[in-house]
Design a protein around this ligand. Structure first.
Ligand code: G3P
Length: 222
């Protein structure tokens, strides 16, 4: 089995903004180096450039707009996040939903630029739909558990298991992650035992008193 994947979504917490974002990215890099776990970080757009220059772990954008270069003031051009140093992007996060045709367009645009794609979904049906669009990852996150501290891998194990099964029937190349309420080593282990390849998480680490210690605890059981 491959090394588990941990994607730390910085969202827009002040604890993961600006200088704090850089510090958190460096802690993530240290934990990745110490443990061999594949940790990726998804900071806000304006922090991507600095973080990508200073750490050697993969940096993802939280979203891209499906626009072509030109007159689109205030938009997020995929080419720009790539030049800033991102190697992939989240798409359709629960806090940044887009329509199905935009998920498709974002995956195609990211593919053309060599950016990895992590499509977030809310249930088994949308996960299955997302798998047909051929992203690198689908991350199932039941919205009601996001930020709750109640781990999806323990509260709703069947949704993870069934998503893995459904996606692998539809498109075996797609790798499945899960997220929402994940914070401890037991939560991550449960997610892996259910067949996912890793987790997408935020508040359990970002709002911890000692995020580096929380990350070390997260990866301690695998
Ligand atoms: O993208 C990760 C996410 O939505 C889960 O958030 O705070 O429950 O780990 P959290």
């Amino acid at each position: 089995k491959e090394t588990p994947i941990v994607i730390l979504n910085f969202k827009t917490y002040l604890e993961s903004t600006g200088e704090n974002a850089l510090k958190l990215a460096k802690s993530s890099e240290m934990v990745a180096e110490e443990t061999g776990v594949n940790i990726m970080v998804a900071p806000q757009y304006t922090d991507i450039y600095r973080i990508a220059r200073e750490v050697d772990i993969p940096v993802l954008a939280q979203h891209i707009d499906t626009i072509d270069a030109g007159g689109h003031t205030g938009s997020i051009l995929p080419e720009c996040v790539k030049e800033a140093g991102a190697v992939g992007t989240l798409i359709n996060h629960s806090e940044r939903r887009v329509e199905l045709f935009e998920i498709d367009a974002a995956i195609k645009k990211a593919d053309s630029l060599g950016l990895s794609t992590v499509v977030c979904t809310n249930n088994i049906e949308t996960s299955s739909a997302a798998a047909t669009l051929n992203p690198d990852f689908v991350a199932i996150e039941p919205p009601e558990l996001i930020g709750s501290g109640i781990p999806v891998s323990k509260a709703e194990p069947e949704i993870v298991e069934k998503t893995v099964e459904s996606i692998h029937n539809i498109n075996p190349k797609v790798r499945v992650l899960c997220g929402a309420g994940i914070s401890t080593g037991d939560d991550l282990k449960a997610a892996i035992d259910l067949g996912s390849e890793g987790v997408l998480l935020a508040s359990g680490i970002i709002l911890a008193d000692d995020p580096k210690k929380a990350l070390l605890d997260l990866v301690s059981k695998i």
